[in-house]
Ligand binder design. Structure first.
Ligand code: GRE
Length: 333
């Protein structure tokens, strides 16, 4: 399929080459190739897009990015640097590239202001945040965005009418020490990424974020971070047990309603045909978006799989590009 739109596509600042290689050593077999690809927003990336029929991609800063910086001033400065750099790189190429803002999530009002700057000045398409914000004097704490102090941020997203992509990052602080330290091979895509994001998202659902902001649109990757296969059970426990026990005070709708009205899932890094079929049944083609997860995954694998996967033509067009065109108000490709 030509003209696909992809939206979990990472880049890194060239000056962060060393850190990028260190991160890559945990997740990439060929760290040098990875570092070359992630710092390129030029010919390598555009070449893959042309080769594999991706018309447009939305860039985002690689994990853990700003969410790893526990000094709030430093985090804010890095977010601004990233956003200014990306805006400059995509200038004049808006027909092929968009960008999600990187945000420091130490302070809700500051995050909202930087998002607004990026959307109004640079035409960015929303924000991508790498799970919780690392914080505390030693970086051992984690800020979640699911309590009412974050309402100013979520209200800004809905006022600007842009979605937020909740992307994973590696566990840190007490979460790392208690759960993952002695199970290090499970850190990342095998388990910790999905657990981190699904906990955070279900925290938002059960703490009433989507009830207070019914127009808020939130995207998660990797075919739903393990949630779609569990929807029946989550729904059963919320509706039949937790709501009679008190959850109904902060969570008015059913989990299926939030997936229908507020939550999107992408195919990033999860090219499983049976899981896609399940997501079509449980979530529906109208809320699924194609993505690659470049350069952690390859355009060849993502596009080869998606182009060949058996889907009716209408749903393939929706997932491959039409849903994204509507969500991000894009033209044709
Ligand atoms: C990512 O998307 O950020 C990512 C990593 C490490 C491994 C896989 C992956 O940072 O998708």
């Amino acid at each position: 399929m030509l003209g696909k739109i992809a939206l979990e596509e990472a880049f890194a600042l060239p000056r962060k080459q060393k850190e990028t290689e260190a991160w890559a050593s945990l997740f990439a077999i060929d760290g040098k190739k990875h570092a070359r690809e992630i710092t390129d927003i030029d010919d390598i990336r555009t070449g893959y897009m042309n080769q594999y029929g991706v018309g447009y991609q939305i860039l985002s800063y690689t994990a853990p990015g700003v969410q790893d910086i526990y000094d709030s001033k430093e985090a804010q400065a890095l977010a601004k640097e990233i956003n200014d750099y990306a805006a400059e790189k995509i200038k004049g190429r808006e027909d092929r590239y968009g960008c999600f803002a990187a945000l420091s999530m130490h302070n809700p009002a500051e995050a909202a202001a930087e998002l607004e700057r990026c959307v109004t000045q640079y035409g960015f398409k929303g924000a991508l945040v790498n799970d919780t914000q690392r914080s505390g004097p030693y970086g051992n704490l984690n800020i979640f965005y699911d309590d009412p102090s974050w309402d100013i941020f979520w209200a800004t997203c809905t006022r600007l009418d842009v979605p937020v992509y909740l992307h994973p990052r590696n566990p840190t602080g007490s979460i790392h020490d208690q759960l993952w330290k002695d199970r290090k091979w499970l850190i990342g895509p095998p388990l910790s990424f999905a657990q981190g994001v699904s906990l955070h998202l279900l925290g938002m659902v059960t703490n009433g974020v989507f009830d207070r902001h019914p127009k808020l649109q939130l995207i998660i990757g990797h075919l739903g971070e393990h949630l779609p296969p569990d929807l029946w059970r989550i729904n059963h426990w919320f509706e039949d047990i937790k709501k009679p026990l008190g959850l109904s005070a902060t969570c008015k709708k059913s989990i299926r309603d939030y997936f229908a009205e507020n939550i999107w899932i992408t195919t990033s890094g999860n090219f499983s045909s049976p899981l896609l079929q399940l997501c079509m049944t449980e979530v529906g083609a109208d809320r699924i978006l194609f993505s690659v997860d470049y350069p952690f995954e390859s355009f060849g694998d993502a596009c080869g799989w998606f182009d060949a996967v058996e889907l009716n033509r209408i749903d393939k067009l929706k997932i491959g590009r039409e849903n994204a065109r509507k969500l991000f108000k894009l033209g044709g490709f």
